[in-house]
Design a protein around this ligand. Structure first.
Ligand code: ADP
Length: 789
């Protein structure tokens, strides 16, 4: 006899957060895909206690379009009954009566604490249900162990053990958007604003919005400032004003306290700034409140909720009675399972440590990125031009900043942070305008020239600026003239080069590195911070600008999808950028629930198109108009020379035989984005400072040391769960597909299957393997033949 299908339930609990619907969609569809029945528990623990209609089986089509919806569509509630054992007893009974084998709970630390308690009590609860005759021994037999997995949905990002919770980056986006608006008016009137953001025990939103917007001062619960915070804040603000700043922004977490544990209020801060005896600033208070929870999820949260939902289903299916209960976390770029009990305990410890005024411990218990960002904030904002911790005069370096390639979100933020750090340490940060082309051809142009020192006030306003303020250019040093570049490096006495850019920046450093024998002046440390929407730089799984681009694409797709609601039956074929890397097409496909994604790595064949068109015909035949939104196919601009978005749309139209319509659509340069996303801005700050610190470690005029040190030319990157520097020589030799201008191994390749599974795309004939990567021995040849666009 076939064993009955496993029943997997999902619920959302506690405060709602953007992305919760993405979790539900992923769990429901993945469960069905793996041959299970999917259930939703409505209204959080309340639904579990109430049972009946609150526990409902879900079909595949019922979660269609949920990625683009904010809040949680299956409801959430605060449930008093679940705090009591009696309530949890009823909940256990309802689960068993409904035959639920496993429960996936998405919620904040409260909900997961409840889940942990439920799990530890479970055997006792089941025993009691039998002892009191509510259930029979046979009935409970298959449910001796509670199989639960947690996913953290919370806008506060307050769970230990994970870098991000589902909803945190969406909330951060809202906060930064508001601060950006406020900055404009603050600047106009030369005002000060005190902005209160959410976070009772966790200062993540305040800290990250401080980093992303370059706020003058922040207050977070984990790290109260010095004993006399009043004097410290006023002196920082005064210093910034003296340097010429017209606006003052102070961000305060709602749980901000001083070193004695006393609450610091926004009004108190305002009174200080406005003090007629002191700073005399025209100061206003803005409390952001619930707008922070609102809106749809940003691309990152859609990715996170989807991947964590998928992982949670796998985790419950793999769990044995011996496996410790886990929750799904993300560390840097890696989805991992972690012990739920430990995370709940550590999270409580943070709150306890804050209450006990043990702030060092509170910071320690937060994840690694938190502390790193805190340091970045202090280094990039608390700039001391005169005093501060300077390096010895003999170690002061002239560090040149250059952008190479197309503009990408976060480039300016990276420069701002790098410059601030340099100035604080006593180095001289120097701008090279318009890339290598600018350096080679306009270095002597009056009045400013292409090479000049940065000024702090000038860059301080760049935290949230899109584009590239110092200009950028695709030209490679070999095309500008290697000798000219080498001579200019010597003439300007550059001690190091900090490059921000995409594949061209990578290629440029490769050329400079290889020219070192011929031109000794090039024996200086060079560090690349990858910045390109295509995310195709070897040595990293993330580049600045890619998150901004994904947000733009996801918003664009949402709008396009909705525009179909009048006709109901429409397919859109959307062409994405990305060069020969299918990264953004795939990730955008994940974020909008695309029916198919076409990438250059895989290519497009007629058989594939035929399978997809047949599938669409089938879908529209069965569709009873439950959802009005259109369906989306995403095609990377270089997926095929022949099957363009337009041609694919034409083929579909022809085949649809008027049963449905199709349109092609090209967002083009919209994808580069306007204002960069907070994630790009925050990572820009953190990574840029790390780059300068790396450069700094070589010291000045270290030619001989540099020449033989592979780490003297590096790419900084996020790989798996770590931030790493990888030597250029290693990347060039082992991980660069030169003809296709991308890494040989694409870290995101596994995501394509998930897009297909969750988008309901049936298996299709895979194209013959294209030469998607080149072997190391072919590399040199590839390089020789490489053409530069
Ligand atoms: P969040 O999950 O966003 O932190 P809450 O703290 O309000 O939100 O928790 C949501 C629900 O989880 C509560 O209403 C309650 O039903 C349950 N819960 C929270 N903490 C516990 C606990 N210590 N024991 C049992 N249930 C709890």
């Amino acid at each position: 006899m076939e064993s009955p299908k496993k029943k997997i339930a999902v619920m959302t609990s506690g405060g709602d957060s953007p992305g919760m619907n993405g979790i539900v969609r992923a769990v429901v569809r993945m469960a069905i895909h793996l041959g299970c029945d999917a259930y939703c528990v409505y209204e959080g623990y309340e639904g579990l206690v109430q049972g009946g209609k609150y526990i409902r089986q879900m079909e595949w089509h019922e979660v269609r379009g949920w990625l683009s919806e904010g809040g949680t569509l299956i409801g959430t509630a605060r449930c008093k009954a679940f705090f009591e054992r009696a309530g949890r007893l009823v909940a256990a009974k309802n689960m068993i009566l409904n035959g639920i084998d496993a429960l996936i709970i998405a919620g904040g630390d409260g909900s997961l604490t409840g889940a942990d308690k439920f799990r530890s009590e479970w055997p006792g609860l089941v025993e009691e249900l039998v002892a009191t005759g509510q259930l029979t021994a046979e009935q409970v037999e298959p449910y001796k162990h509670l199989n639960i997995v947690g996913i953290v949905g919370s806008i506060d990002n307050d769970m230990s053990g994970t870098d991000a919770t589902v909803g945190a980056y969406s909330a951060l986006s809202r906060v930064c958007e508001m601060v950006d608006y406020i900055e404009a008016t603050a600047y106009s009137h030369s005002r000060a604003f005190v902005i209160e953001v959410m976070g009772r025990h966790c200062g993540w939103l305040a800290l990250m919005s401080g980093v992303a917007t370059g706020a003058d001062f922040i207050f977070i619960p984990e790290r109260p400032r010095s004993d006399d915070w009043q004097a410290e804040m006023c002196s920082t603000v005064r210093r910034h004003r003296k340097l010429g700043k017209r606006k003052t922004i102070v961000i305060i977490a709602e749980g901000a306290i001083d070193k004695e544990g006393n609450k610091i209020t926004a009004n108190e801060v305002k009174d200080l700034l406005a003090d007629p005896e002191g700073l005399k600033l025209d100061t206003r208070v803005t409390t952001l409140g619930h707008v922070q929870r609102g809106g749809t999820a940003v691309a990152y949260d859609r990715m996170l909720s989807t991947l964590q939902g998928v992982e949670a289903v796998k985790a419950v299916l793999e769990a044995t009675p011996e496996t410790p209960t886990c929750f799904i976390a993300i560390n840097e770029n890696k989805i991992v399972r972690k012990n739920l009990m430990e995370a709940v305990r550590d999270t409580k410890e943070v709150a306890n440590a804050v209450m006990a005024k043990d702030f060092a411990k509170a910071m320690d218990l937060r994840d690694h990125e938190f502390l790193d960002q805190y340091k970045s904030y202090i280094m990039s904002t608390n700039v001391h031009l005169e005093d501060g911790e300077k390096v010895a005069d003999a170690d002061k370096m002239r560090i040149a900043f250059i952008n190479v390639g197309a503009p990408a979100g976060g480039m300016n933020a990276a420069i701002r942070a790098g410059v601030a750090y340099c100035l604080s340490r006593g180095h001289e940060p120097i701008a090279i305008h318009n890339g290598f082309a600018g350096l080679a051809r306009h270095h002597a142009d009056a009045p400013l020239g292409a090479v000049r020192s940065f000024d702090w006030l000038e860059v301080d306003g760049w935290a949230s600026k899109g584009g590239s303020e110092i200009g950028t250019n695709r030209e490679l040093p070999a095309d500008s003239g290697m000798e000219i570049i080498a001579n200019l490096v010597e003439e300007y006495r550059f001690d190091a080069l900090f490059l921000i850019g995409g594949f061209e920046a990578f290629h440029a450093v490769s050329q400079l590195r290889q020219a070192r024998d011929e031109f000794p002046s090039l024996c200086i440390p060079m560090c690349i911070l990858p910045a390109t929407i295509s995310n195709n730089v070897p040595g990293t799984e993330y580049s600045l600008g890619s998150d901004t681009c994904l947000n733009e694409l996801v918003n664009y797709c949402d709008k396009i999808k909705q525009s179909a609601s009048a006709t109901r039956r429409r397919v859109f074929v959307i062409e994405t950028q990305g060069g020969k890397s299918g990264y953004i097409a795939t990730l955008a496909g994940l974020g909008v629930g695309a029916s198919a994604v076409y990438t250059p790595e895989e290519g497009i064949t007629l058989d594939m198109l035929a399978a997809d068109v047949n599938h669409l015909k089938d879908v529209f035949k069965k569709d009873r108009g439950q959802s009005r939104a259109g369906r989306l196919l995403l095609v990377n601009e270089k997926a095929s020379k022949v099957y363009t978005a337009k041609l694919i749309a034409d083929i579909i139209r022809e085949e649809a035989n008027e049963r449905f319509e199709s349109r092609d659509s090209i967002p083009g340069h919209v994808q580069q984005g306007g204002v960069p996303s907070p994630m790009d801005r925050c990572r820009a700050v953190r990574l840029a400072i790390k780059c300068i610190q790396h450069i700094e470690s070589f010291g000045r005029r270290a030619q001989n040391k540099v020449k033989h040190d592979p780490y003297s030319t590096v790419v900084i990157g996020i790989k798996g769960a770590s931030v790493v520097f990888t030597p250029m020589a290693e990347l060039e030799a082992t991980d660069t597909d030169w003809p296709n201008r991308r890494p040989i191994s694409s870290h995101w390749a596994g995501l394509r299957d998930i897009v297909d599974i969750l988008g309901g795309r049936p298996p299709y004939p895979k194209p013959e393997r294209k030469l998607s990567g080149v072997r190391a021995k072919d590399m040199k040849r590839g390089l020789d033949h490489m053409s530069v666009e």
